[in-house]
Design a protein around this ligand. Structure first.
Ligand code: HEM
Length: 303
C-alpha cells in the first residue's frame, strides 16, 4: 500500500510540478518534506469529525505548504519567462504549471491568475489525484489476489500483449480488454470518492465479467456507472487517472506474480472499507512480489 501511494504521489507530482514528491535519499530536504506535508494535509482534511486542536494543526500544515508552493511557483515563473512563447513547444517537456503559466503569459487563459489561484489549483491536483489513484490501485490488486482466475486471465493478456518488452506503453494498454474490465469492476465495487456522487444500486448484479462485451463505460456518459462523476463538475483528471492506474497495474502484473505473505490466507486479506475523503481499504494491502524461474530468465535477457 505504501509503494502504491508513493508511486501515485510521484506520478501526479511529476506531471503537475515537474518533479517527484519524494526524491531519493541524497536529495532529502525540500521535496521530501513536500510529499510529507501533502500526506499530512490529506489526513487532516479528512478528519473533520475530530475538531479538537485540528484547526491549529491544519493551519500550520497549510502555512508550511504555502511556503513550499511559493518556491515551486517562483522557479516555474523564472523558467517560463525565459522560454519561447509556444505552448506546444515539445523541445523541453512541460509540466502542468509550465503550461498554465505559458497560457497566462500569452493572455490565453481568459482570466487573471493570482498566486493564490495558482497555489489552489496545484493543491487541487494533488488532493484530487493522489489518494484516488492509490486507492483504486490498492483495491484492484486486492480484488485480483482474491480472485486468482481473474488474476491469471488479466496477467496472461498483459504478458501476451507485451511479449517480453521491458516497458509497456500506452499503445499496448489499448489492447488489454481484460485489464480495462478489471479496473471498471474495481471502480464499480470500490468507487474512491462515493461521497461526491452518492448512488445506490437498484438491483443485484451478477459479478463476473460484467463489463466484457458491455458498452457501459465509466467516463460520465452512462449514468448507471459514474465513479468520476459526470457533467461540468465531473472529474477533470479522469483520463489522467485511468491512464495512470492502467499503466501501473499493467507493469506490476507484467513483471511479477503477486502473493500474500507466507502463512497468510485469503480470508485475512480483509476487504473492509474505511471512510475518509476517499474510501480506503481498512487493512493496508501487503503483498509479496514473486518471479518464477522462466520470468526471471526473460527479465534478465531484457536487461
Ligand atoms: C481513479 C482516479 C480518480 C477517481 C475515481 C476520481 C473521482 C472523482 C470524483 C467522483 C470527483 C467529483 C465529481 C463530481 O462532483 O461530480 C472528482 C473531482 C475532481 N478530481 Fe478526480 N478522480 C480521480 C483522479 C483524479 C486525478 C488524477 C486528478 C488530477 C490530477 C483529479 C482531480 C480532480 C479535481 C480537481 C476534482 C474537482 C473538480 C471540481 O469540483 O470542479 N482526479 N474526482
Amino acid at each position: 500500500m505504501e509503494m502504491l501511494l508513493f508511486v501515485s504521489n510521484n506520478i501526479v507530482s511529476r506531471c503537475v510540478i515537474g518533479r517527484k514528491a519524494d526524491e531519493e535519499e541524497e536529495n532529502i530536504g525540500k521535496s521530501n518534506k513536500y510529499g510529507e506535508l501533502l500526506r499530512r494535509l490529506e489526513e487532516q482534511l479528512a478528519a473533520f469529525y475530530d475538531l479538537s486542536g485540528l484547526i491549529g494543526r491544519l493551519n500550520a500544515t497549510a502555512r508550511a505548504l504555502d511556503a513550499l508552493l511559493d518556491q515551486v511557483i517562483e522557479e516555474h515563473i523564472n523558467k517560463v519567462l525565459s522560454e519561447s512563447d509556444d505552448v506546444d513547444d515539445q523541445s523541453d517537456k512541460k509540466d502542468f504549471v509550465d503550461i498554465l503559466l505559458h497560457l497566462w503569459k500569452n493572455s490565453m487563459l481568459g482570466a487573471e491568475l493570482s498566486q493564490d489561484n495558482l497555489e489552489a489549483i496545484i493543491l487541487d491536483m494533488f488532493l484530487g489525484g493522489t489518494d484516488t489513484t492509490e486507492t483504486t490501485l490498492e483495491w484492484a490488486m486486492a480484488e485480483l489476489v482474491k480472485n486468482p482466475t481473474s488474476m491469471k486471465t488479466v496477467q496472461e493478456e498483459i504478458r501476451s500483449v507485451a511479449k517480453g518488452k521491458l516497458n509497456i506503453d500506452m499503445k499496448d494498454i489499448e489492447k488489454m480488454d481484460s485489464l480495462k474490465c478489471v479496473l471498471k469492476e474495481t471502480l464499480r465495487l470500490h468507487p474512491p470518492a462515493p461521497l461526491l456522487v452518492p448512488r445506490e444500486i437498484a438491483q443485484c448484479v451478477k459479478r463476473r465479467d460484467m463489463f466484457l462485451n458491455n458498452p457501459v463505460d465509466c467516463q460520465g456518459q452512462d449514468f448507471q456507472f459514474i465513479p468520476f462523476g459526470a457533467g461540468r463538475r465531473g472529474c477533470p483528471g479522469m483520463s489522467f487517472g485511468l491512464a495512470a492506474v492502467e499503466y501501473v497495474i499493467a507493469n506490476l502484473l507484467h513483471c511479477f506474480d503477486w502473493k500474500l505473505p507466507l502463512g497468510e490466507v485469503e480470508e485475512n486479506l480483509g476487504m473492509t472499507e474505511v471512510n475518509g475523503l476517499t474510501v480506503h481499504k481498512k487493512l493496508p494491502l501487503y503483498l509479496v512480489p514473486a518471479l518464477d524461474v522462466s520470468r526471471k530468465m526473460s527479465i534478465v535477457v531484457m536487461f
